[in-house]
Design a protein around this ligand. Structure first.
Ligand code: DC
Length: 200
């Protein structure tokens, strides 16, 4: 059955954790699309060429989860030709037989607007910076500044900006434990899968 779960939202909102949990619960393939942009940013040289020639090995490069790699990713992600070069792979992944979960910024709006479930996972910038700081350490004010800078760039770009799809279920995790957020996401996916099975 083709079944796509699109999970979008700003940096450090909990998308990745939710996406992995949903994929494990329902046996779906999972793609962290931010990793594609991080790998392009980290490759150096011409980002359009890097996106066209991206390989699986590029996704294994060490350091892709760092703040610096996140900023570099956000910068190459404003280039329409980079986005176009990565789109076909993401679309094929999304519609693979057996189903898939993709997390990113534009999955429910641009990559897979036909996704059966769309979630928009968000939280206040302060809460997201706090969570990211727990992971990476360092200067907390700098982590918050990075989060705000990335939000502004990801939401303000002309091509495929970060925004909730009109039909997305919004999960604000500012006041929610990650376990509750995961449970809410799993409940939404389960309800949709049951609906589809009943109709079939
Ligand atoms: O999800 P992440 O923090 O790993 O994403 C890194 C950057 O990549 C993010 O700041 C913007 C870009 N990105 C994007 O433009 N579209 C996506 N679908 C995923 C990530």
């Amino acid at each position: 059955m083709r079944f796509t779960v699109a999970i979008d939202g700003p940096a450090a909102a909990g998308k990745g954790t939710i996406a992995r949990a949903v994929a494990a619960e329902f046996g779906l393939a999972h793609l962290d699309t931010g990793l594609l942009y991080r790998a392009v940013g980290a490759k150096g040289g011409d980002p359009v060429q890097a996106a066209k020639e991206l390989t699986a090995a590029d996704l294994e490069r060490p350091g892709l989860r760092s703040l610096e790699a996140g900023q570099a990713a956000s910068k190459v992600a404003v280039i329409p030709e980079v986005r176009a070069a990565l789109a076909a792979f993401q679309r094929r992944f999304a519609r693979q037989p057996g189903g898939a979960v993709l997390d990113g910024r534009d999955i429910g709006t641009v990559i897979c607007p036909e996704a059966e479930v769309k979630l928009y996972v968000t939280a206040s910038p302060e809460m997201r910076a706090h969570r990211r700081w727990l992971e990476v350490g360092g200067d907390k004010a700098r982590v918050l500044a990075e989060v705000r800078e990335r939000d502004a760039r990801d939401s303000g770009r002309a091509d495929s900006p970060l925004k909730a799809a009109a039909d997305a279920l919004v999960l604000d995790t500012s006041e929610m434990s990650i376990a509750d957020a995961v449970a809410a996401a799993i409940a939404a996916v389960r309800a949709r899968r049951q609906g589809l099975t009943t109709l079939a």
